[in-house]
Design a protein around this ligand. Structure first.
Ligand code: GAL
Length: 354
C-alpha cells in the first residue's frame, strides 16, 4: 500500500500535476482477506493520491441499520481497521430511518469529524447526503448503496466503495447451472424457481434478481418464476415467504434464489420443515458468505453462496478515506471502487471458513 502510494505520488510529482488532475489509472490497492488469492483488487479510485496521513483523526461511520447480518460483519471490520490505524471512530445505527441518519450526519459535521463513511438508509437520499457533506467540505466514502455517477459528480471529495451486484447475480445463476441437472430437477425442460428479494429499493436486490435468472436464460435454459417477494434481507421474512411458497407450490419449486444469505438461512428452515432435501429435490443459493451459510454449504444444505467481501470492502473504504484525507480528489466517472464477488461452492467452501 505504502509503496503504491509512494509510486503514485512520484508519478504525480514527476508529471508536475496538481491534486485532482492526476493519472486516471486506479492507484488504490484495497485488499481482500477471505481468501486474498481468489478475489481481485478493487477497480477505480482516487485520481491522484498524495501522501496519506498516518491516522489519528476522527471518523464518523453511519450504518443503515445495525440489525443486518452482513452489515454487522462489515461495520465490525471497519471499526477494527480504523482503530488499528489509530483513528477515533464513532459508529451509529440509522435504524433504517433516513431522517434519523440525516440527523446523525449533521451531528458528526457539528462535532467536526475529519471524515465520514456512510451506508445510506435509502439510495434515493444520495442527492441530499452528497449536498450536506459537500456544504460541510467533509471527505466522504459512501458504502453498500451506490448512487449514480451523475449524483457523485456533484462532489469531488466523495467516493463510493462497493461491489457490482450484477456479478453476484450471475454467479448465483452459475451455481445452479453447475448442478448435475442444471436446476431442472424434474426434467420438464424448465427451471421453476421462487425469488426471495432483498429491499427492492436497493440496487443489489434489483441486480441480483435480474442477473441470477439472466445467467440461466443466457445459457439457453427455460425458466418459470413461481413467485417473487420482498424479504428485506431478513431471515424471518425469508423463512415465512419460503414456507408459504412451499405450501402453495410444493414439488414444483426446483430452485430457491435468495438475494442474501440471511434470507437463505430462513428459507432453509422452511425447506427442512417441509421435508425437502437441498441438492436432492431442491436447490438453494444466497449471497454474502455469512459464517452460517458457509456451514450449510459445507454440510450440503445450501447449493452455494457468493462471497460479499466485507473485509475487502472495509479495507478499500479506509484506503479511499485516507486518500481523501491526504488531499486526493475524484474526477467524475471515476468515483466508484469495486471489490470482486467470489463464487462459493462445496468444493472451495473450506477456503472461506475460519
Ligand atoms: C447487501 C447484502 C445484504 C444486506 C444489504 C444491505 O450487499 O448482501 O445482506 O446487507 O447489502 O444494504
Amino acid at each position: 500500500m505504502k509503496k503504491t502510494l509512494a509510486l503514485a505520488l512520484a508519478v504525480v510529482m514527476s508529471l508536475g500535476l496538481l491534486a485532482g488532475c492526476g493519472p486516471k489509472e486506479p492507484a488504490n490497492n484495497g485488499g481482500t482477506s477471505n481468501p486474498p488469492s481468489s478475489a481481485s483488487q478493487p477497480q477505480g479510485g482516487a485520481s491522484s493520491i498524495p501522501d496519506a496521513p498516518a491516522g489519528g483523526g476522527t471518523v464518523g461511520v453511519c450504518i443503515y441499520k445495525f440489525d443486518d447480518a452482513f452489515m454487522t460483519t462489515y461495520r465490525n471490520a471497519l471499526q477494527e481497521i480504523l482503530e488499528g490505524k489509530g483513528y477515533k471512530v464513532t459508529t451509529v445505527d440509522g435504524n433504517n430511518d433516513q431522517s434519523k441518519q440525516n440527523e446523525q450526519i449533521n451531528t458528526f459535521i457539528t462535532q467536526g469529524v475529519d471524515a465520514l463513511i456512510i451506508n445510506p438508509c435509502m439510495t434515493s437520499a444520495a442527492d441530499s447526503i452528497i449536498a450536506t457533506v459537500k456544504a460541510a467540505n467533509i471527505p466522504t466514502v459512501l458504502i453498500n448503496r451506490e448512487p449514480t455517477a451523475e449524483q457523485m459528480a456533484a462532489y469531488d471529495k466523495l467516493v463510493y466503495v462497493g461491489c457490482d451486484a450484477r456479478q453476484s447475480g450471475t454467479m448465483q445463476g452459475e451455481l445452479i447451472l453447475d448442478t448435475p441437472n442444471k436446476g431442472d430437477i424434474n426434467g420438464d425442460g424448465k427451471i421453476s424457481y421462487i425469488m426471495i428479494q432483498g429491499d427492492p429499493e436497493n440496487i443489489d436486490a434489483q441486480y441480483r434478481t435480474e442477473f441470477s435468472v439472466k445467467a440461466l436464460t443466457d445459457a439457453g435454459m427455460e425458466v418459470e418464476e413461481l413467485d417473487l417477494q420482498r424479504g428485506d434481507w431478513d431471515r424471518e421474512k425469508g423463512q415465512t415467504i419460503c414456507a408459504n411458497d412451499l405450501a402453495q407450490f410444493g414439488d414444483q419449486i426446483e430452485v430457491v434464489f435468495c438475494n442474501n444469505d440471511d434470507m437463505a438461512i430462513g428459507a432453509l428452515q422452511s425447506i427442512q420443515s417441509a421435508g425437502r432435501k437441498v441438492n436432492e429435490d431442491i436447490y438453494l443459493v444466497g449471497v454474502d458468505a455469512l459464517d452460517a451459510a458457509l456451514n450449510e454449504v459445507s454440510n450440503g444444505n445450501m447449493t452455494g453462496t457468493v462471497l460479499n467481501d466485507a473485509v475487502g470492502q472495509a479495507t478499500a473504504a479506509v484506503e479511499q478515506m485516507e486518500a481523501l484525507l491526504g488531499g486526493a480528489t475524484f474526477s467524475s466517472g471515476n468515483q466508484s471502487v469495486y471489490v470482486d464477488y467470489v463464487k462459493v461452492t462445496p468444493d472451495n467452501v473450506g477456503d472461506f471458513m475460519g
